[in-house]
Design a protein around this ligand. Structure first.
Ligand code: SAM
Length: 349
């Protein structure tokens, strides 16, 4: 081996894994789409011949696929019988549930990863050139998806699944104690709000998102709370924030934009809130020294190559600085939440 890189060096091992990861990602996604994890879960394991009858792949192609998924560790094979690993059982077996990782994999396959082949061009150009693959003239992916309802559904199913996997850390925070009415800005299909009102019986929520997205909310979990989750279709930049709520939540929203837009949204929140009202910024944070965070890395690249041409999973100290600049006090962050998440909070004096 040249240049001193040693077998056993964890960086070398990680390099070898990551250069093969795009193929393995697609193998796992294909296995999920063929419902192999669900089948193995129902049967508590199966032989290749049984999996072949179930999914219909030619035997040789199934052999290749099963070897790849076993190489990831998600499946194992003991005495010729394939089993789900514990992780596959927990993340992928219940594939008809709204929080299945299967939806996330399909969303990343259909939306994120085709765009990443444009990364060098987009980063050089300083804008989201991969957006050209999506019809429309809106400057962000969120606007353009309205022209492609099937893809918009895939996208929001993936986002909802991820939200449901990460929302518990948010709804358990004491910062919601005493809040009566939250404005959930960019609240998507209302899944976060539905979980919030389920957990806090005196709370109601207004979900503010684009009209095409608001339409998805009635069929999602939010539709089960028609009296306590209301929808406000509109544009969060050009339409005013309603007054009345005593808290404003930005969940996975501010990171899409640059500093000027973030300050504009925080100022709108400040203007709409009463004295003592709280603003909450929930989402991915890279580490303060900007060297750690694989979820944050993927997200920042996705924003810049495809979604908005700007933004990143900012470190918490950036949000704290912007909250103070917008006039909020008692600014603090709960960091280290699952999936590299943090919650930064401020209070209107
Ligand atoms: C990453 S998603 C977050 C959804 C939800 N808050 C969550 O945590 O799952 C960002 C949301 O912001 C919405 N959004 C982006 N730009 C918007 C705009 N200008 N007006 C209204 N909604 C917008 C998108 O439609 C999308 O639902």
């Amino acid at each position: 081996m040249k240049n001193g890189a040693q077998e056993g060096d964890p960086v070398l091992e990680r390099f070898h894994f990551l250069v093969n990861a795009p193929a393995l990602f697609n193998a796992v996604t294909t296995a999920a789409e063929l419902r192999i994890f669900a089948f193995l879960s129902e049967r508590s394991g199966a032989r290749a011949e049984e999996i072949q009858v179930f999914c219909g792949l030619p035997p040789h192609q199934l052999r290749v696929l099963l070897q790849a998924v076993c190489a990831t560790g998600l499946l194992d094979r003991r005495e010729g019988i394939y089993h789900n690993s514990r992780v596959a059982e927990e993340l992928l077996a219940a594939d008809d549930e709204p929080d299945s990782w299967g939806h996330i994999l399909t969303g990343w396959k259909e939306v994120y990863y085709p765009a990443f082949s444009h990364m060098t061009t987009a980063l050089r150009a300083g804008t989201n050139t991969a957006l050209a693959a999506h019809p429309g003239d809106e400057p962000t992916l969120y606007g353009r998806l309205a022209h492609n309802p099937p893809l918009e559904e895939v996208f929001h199913r993936a986002m909802t699944a991820f939200t449901l996997r990460s929302v518990d850390a948010l709804i358990e925070q004491p910062v919601f104690d005493g809040v009566r009415h939250v404005l959930d800005v960019g609240g998507g299909d209302g899944s976060t709000s539905a979980r919030l009102v389920a957990r806090n019986p005196l709370l109601r929520s207004t979900v503010f998102d684009m009209p095409s997205v608001s339409r998805l909310a009635s069929d999602a979990e939010a539709g089960t709370y028609p009296d306590r989750v209301s929808l406000m279709p509109g544009d969060i930049f050009t339409d005013p924030f309603p007054t009345g709520p005593d808290a404003v939540l930005f969940s996975h929203v501010l990171e899409i934009f640059d500093e000027d837009s973030i300050l504009l949204l925080l100022s709108k929140a400040y203007a709409a809130l009463p004295t003592g009202g709280r603003v909450m910024v929930y989402g991915y944070n890279v580490s303060d020294d900007e060297t750690e965070g694989v979820f944050g890395a993927r997200l920042g690249l996705y924003f810049n190559v495809l979604a908005s041409g700007r933004g990143m999973a900012y470190p918490a100290r950036d949000y704290e600085r912007w909250l103070r600049k917008a006039g909020f006090e008692e600014v603090s962050t709960v960091s280290g939440l699952p999936y590299e998440h943090g919650l930064s909070v401020g209070v209107k004096p």
